[in-house]
Ligand binder design. Structure first.
Ligand code: NAD
Length: 252
């Protein structure tokens, strides 16, 4: 039996990059996967990849900054597959660059809305279903970043949102630990995904690579493996943690 057989998983922002790799790995290991994304075409493309490879998946359009979309996505998972066991609150954007004193305040609201509020909105509706499904069989991973612990100069909203993700993860883990529900966050360094490729020049990407002790950017699969570990029984005594997957970025 595959590792996640009989588990239902929901991944936000699953239509690209890290969410795509996580959706693929979970489905490959037996989970029924609800791939949500604000870009429905992107989610449907990933679902097709999964189904073509013999897996089980459905696409849902969701804006994580909208409370009602988080409720709808969880309801879809329960109505379609009978419950919810695993969730990865992954959707996020970079945001426009500006120092704190020149912050575009609408841009601040947008980044906080998707990257931080979206994580709490997700858990708000995922956790009650996990308690129903048997919390000890369930787990959540929230997508933070190295900027959950160090600054991203010029992008305070991103740094604040990711620090907030680390914090709300610890809180939720403390609140549901006695029931056996495990909730962790991860802190990737810079990973070669469309988020970087569409926004940064090759020169900037090379300069970023040099900031990692391993001297390179990470891959989506290197993040996905750790996320799937945290969602699995192998991580049965891990909760409230902030797992760095940063090629040594924050060690130096
Ligand atoms: P990506 O741009 O490749 O994928 C993000 C996906 O989220 C896209 O499919 C996009 O359509 C979707 N999305 C955007 N806004 C949304 C919304 N409001 N609701 C639902 N979906 C939405 O980016 P990625 O690099 O895979 O990043 C995924 C997550 O990982 C983000 O939270 C990001 O902050 C985090 N992260 C990325 C890196 C990196 O270097 N790539 C490093 C650390 C953390």
């Amino acid at each position: 039996m595959a590792q996640f057989t009989d588990k239902v998983a929901l991944i936000t922002g699953g239509g690209s990059g890290l969410g795509e790799a996580i959706s693929n790995e979970l489905a490959g290991k037996g989970a029924s996967v609800v791939v949500t994304d604000i870009n429905l075409d992107a989610a449907q493309r990933v679902v097709k990849e999964i189904v073509d490879a013999g897996g089980i998946a459905s696409a849902v359009q969701q804006d994580t900054a909208k409370k009602e979309d988080s409720e709808m996505a969880v309801r879809y998972a329960v109505d379609t597959y009978g419950g919810l066991h695993l969730a990865v609150n992954n959707a996020g954007i970079g945001g426009k660059s500006a120092p704190a004193g020149e912050t575009d305040l609408d841009e601040w609201d947008k980044v906080i809305g998707i990257n931080l509020n979206g994580v709490l909105y997700g858990m708000r509706y995922q956790i009650p279903q996990m308690l129903k499904a048997g919390a000890r069989n369930c787990a959540i991973v929230n997508m933070a970043s190295i900027h959950g612990t160090v600054a991203a100069p010029g992008n305070g909203a991103y740094t604040a949102a990711k620090h907030g993700v680390v914090g709300i993860t610890k809180n939720a883990a403390a609140e549901y630990g006695l029931q056996g529900l495990r909730i962790n966050s991860v802190g990737p360094g810079y990973i070669r995904t469309p988020l970087l490729e569409n926004n940064l020049t090759p020169e900037v990407m090379d300069a970023l690579a040099d900031k990692h002790a391993l001297g390179r950017l990470g891959t989506s699969e290197e993040v996905s493996h750790v996320v799937c570990f945290l969602l699995s029984e192998e991580a049965s005594f891990v909760t409230g943690s902030y797992y760095l997957i940063d090629g040594g970025y924050t060690a130096v």
